[in-house]
Write a protein that binds this ligand. Sequence first.
Ligand code: FEO
Length: 404
Amino acid sequence: MSNIYSAIKISDHVYWVGAIDWTIRDFHGYTTPRGSTYNAYLIMADKITLIDTVKAPFKDEMLSRISSVVDPSKIKYIISNHSEMDHSGCLPEVIDMIKPEKVFASAIGVKTLKELFHNEHEIIPVADGERLSLGNMELTFMETRMIHWPDSMFSYLAKDELLFSQDAFGMHLASLERFTDEIPQATLEYEAATYYANIVLPYSAVVLKALDKVSATGWKINIIAPDHGTVWRKDLGKILELYSKWAGQKPTVKAVVVYATMWHSTEKMAGAISEALAGEGIKVRLLSMNETHRSEVVYEVLNAGALIVGSSTLNNNILPQMADVMTYLKGLKPANLIGAAFGSYGWSGESVRHLEEMLKEMKVEIAAPSVSTKHVPDTAVLAKCQELGKTIAASLLKRINDTR
Ligand code: FEO
């Protein structure tokens, strides 16, 4: 095996031994223009311990990084904090190769790993709050179900005041820098927010509980080591505050107008609505699904208070680009939004009704009458669009005032 890869020390006893995926651009529907990393960590305790592994094709890179510190056969324990394939894909092969004394996962993790790999490896379940001695230090486990899968758990290494947080606090960002403070602030905040919006958002209620649960432990945490992206070692309050804010889903003075257009009629309506919203002091993001990726839409919706959606009618339905983003948004469960629908048509005009139904299914409160037009919008239709924008603006501002 080539040894071109090195481990990076992240604390007194812990090394990052993960893999960098420079080329991945799609993570089950979430676009990742900066690639990603699959982070694994090596604890150099009396019982040398590996925290998580990496996606299957990156096994040799991980083993090469481990070998730069210690012979992989010296690893005694493996902990699977999260069984999704990006962190367990090479686990069975690694177990066969290094034959650790013990492998641990949460109780659901044990079942999930069996369902994924259908092999006879013994995985030992650990309970919420259970401690595991590594000889000269110990790990404590905390169940964090649904961040990101039912099996997920955190592991805390008191000796180094370090929290292994698996998917939480991660980001899809390929880099040879290993710490967040080495990444430009704007890149960091954008990628952390995009990751939250596209991965963690549906579990926001669980995130709030997990933040409280961690806080209640009294653990001293100086380093947060997630399973994707860079490691947090400075200003940890910032990312904890951001998670609290994103999970809280409080509406802000921002509207996202998302549309797809066939012959620019729906586009003209979107423009009129957006200008009216901005005229009332609302921040607006106007996104054409003819040009925008769904991941960008959910990133913008993360801190918005209104979602206004438009589509031309195509074959009695909405345009496929809108069906795509509406399906994606519905699954990610953004909360506390108001909204409305608009669109144009040639003869039947079902798009607006479909969009309104989809908004209702997403629990978006319809706060203005929808607007639709046959063919090209005239002055009267554009005035109705402006009215829609003003109505949404008034409703959003009232809602924000009421919740202050
Ligand atoms: Fe990075 Fe849920 O796996």
